[in-house]
Write a protein of this length. Structure first.
Length: 86
């Protein structure tokens, strides 16, 4: 599913929620492949206890990473599919 293009500044600081409505935290930054520009992860800040319990991948700085492929929609919130985060 292709997402509408949005500038990074519109995504930073948005709340990340699952499609079931569980809050995970907020978008701190993104990671991407330098050569291709492919988006890889959203970096989570202020993770909730629920986000911490999911055992998601972490960065070298111990930030939680949400796979970009898990994003369903970006609007007032970034909505992700919990099934696609593992």
């Amino acid at each position: 599913m292709a997402l509408e293009k949005k500038p990074l500044k519109e995504i930073l600081s948005k709340n990340i929620v699952t499609k079931e409505g569980r809050r995970l935290g907020t978008v701190k930054d993104i990671t991407f492949e330098i050569k291709t520009g492919e988006l890889i992860h959203l970096i989570l800040t202020a993770p909730t206890a629920y986000a911490l319990s999911l055992g998601l991948e972490k960065s070298k700085e111990n930030d939680i990473l949400i796979p970009y492929s898990a994003i369903i929609a970006i609007g007032d919130f970034v909505v992700v599919s919990e099934e696609d985060m593992s």
